[in-house]
Design a protein. Sequence first.
Length: 664
Amino acid sequence: MDIKSKIESLRNELRLHNYNYYILDNPTITDYEFDIKLKELQALEEAHPEFFDANSPTQRVGGAVTKNFNTVVHDFRMYSLDNSYSKEDLLDWEKRIKKMVDGDVQYTCELKYDGASMNLTYENGKLLRAVTRGDGVQGDEVTTNVKTINTVPLQLKGDYPERFDIRGEIILPIEGFLKMNEERIANEEEPYRNPRNTASGSLKLQDSAEVAKRPLECLLYSIKGNNLNISTQFEGLQKAREWGFKVPKEAKLVNSIDEVLEYVEYWDKHRHDLPYEIDGVVVKVNSLYQQDELGYTAKAPRWAMAYKFKAEQVSTRLNEITYQVGRTGAITPVANLEPVQLAGTIVKRASLHNADQIEKLDIREGDEVFVEKGGEIIPKIIAVDLTKRPENSQPTEYITSCPECETELIRPEGEAKHYCPNYSGCPPQVVGRIQHYISRKAMDIEGLGGETVALLVKEGLISNYADLYELTVEQVIPLERMAEKSAENLVNGIEASKQIPFERVLFALGIRYVGETVAKKLAKHYKSIDALMHAPILDLVSVDEIGERIAESVVEFFSSEENKIIIERLKSFGVQLEISADKLANQTDKLKGLSIVVSGVFETVSRNELKKLIEDNGGKVSSSISSKTSYLVAGDKMGPSKRTKAESLNIPIISEQEFLTLLK
Ligand code: AMP
Ligand code: ZN
């Protein structure tokens, strides 16, 4: 088989496995086998850029970065839906319809998926673009991000129309949402509020590789186009399924409004059996001919109606308000409730957010409170049942000192939260900081877990992360559940962390507001901890994406004598506190401000090396040519369409050698 056919056949095979896995939920090979094939395809595509295809399964991993999302006018306006909240509303709607159309009316009942609406345009079976609803007339183009969503087919199958739009909802299934939050909580980041906001926020992330990491899905519900040869809504759903889209099987064709009411009632009860959230049901007149007769109001189709479920509420007793202290010293009040069944789960705790929230609702221990689970996974208290307030009830007095170390709490101006300022003596802060330091995304220390850290602190063996590097096997062996082997592993793991690159060390230090991305930016800009330590606020805020809040936090961190000593000690142990010399030696600003596209095969360097050279020298690698492209570096066998496009936009086309001279 020649290379081109080999690539095509791998692509087709991977598409099929993707479909089996994500759409049919019925994989026929293991994840491992899938990965092997994907890697094989990646290698072939890398070696043969002339066969590049933007819709290849390899494109799902993301990587391209979008700075600004273009505005695109929809070919077909994206209307909103009229809402109803009761049976009567639905019966009224039926009456209005019956007056306007002839003949019997069938309805397609669908679930109302709670996410972000998305319009996908396909041409010749390939995904052309993905655009958000926006104001209904125009939205933002987010194709690069949407491509990473596995349930969005990049290549259709079967007998699809030449060009059409298809609409759906981008959702985040509950399980995936909870997993993402677990990780955030472990990192002491504010958990995401609900799956819907997280899904819609994901679409506007600049880094598509970040989007690829999120377990988003796209559920489809409507096809738009000219001459599609489809005559009912339900038929449209079936066809979409045949072409490879994910269309939930809960959609149902019914013959009367009574059956619609049954459907509504059923799903109001069973909504929590679904793997994703719905906020109601959408009923649509099935015949597209009748839909045409009914038409649209200024804002919504007359042929469809949403039925919104009520947010579920229960009342229960608030037994106690407790307070948690986080790694950064932030205090979070928690309502401990009499366990109660709500929205499919047993609820024992609710978030109280902060002191203001408690005061605003006048929440007190012993109160009967109303708890609601709206779009949020973590339930919240929405009101107090004052008729049931006990006689001797007293207003809640928010704690003034830390529940863990008794230090007086402070509340920084403009912040809603209280903090315990006992940075080096408050146990959850001390332990939390070290736990963060060793965590997977930070120093990733093998052989050392969170519980052991707590134990080491408790036993007085360590009190900050620099102490880790002085631990000996002999000190560790006597600890609970430690043996010689595990003690050795622990010490070796700590030793190995000295190789972790500077940017991750910076993240590991646990400076408030300095997450992974910010740490990368700062490391790249300042190149060493010494430079960063001495940077004044004004200089910090001049760095791309670094705001005042972060800058102040950085300055505060390094102004502490204690932190300075810890940093000096880390330095003396050999922890990476600057970008390594060989990395640095190759870094310049020579290509600053330039956006460069690379295409073809090269002689002296590989394509990846070329891209790295661009980035190391301050330039930006871009995957497609636009008027903003500074250069196209052309190798052997460059795709002809890239050349034509560059020529038409007057973008300079340079050779590998010319590029390398730029760097001299
Ligand atoms: P609203 O935002 O309340 O006007 O409701 C309209 C939105 O509901 C649409 O823009 C879609 O994003 C969403 N939606 C969710 N499920 C469906 C469905 N099955 N059919 C149509 N729209 C749906
Ligand atoms: Zn404390």
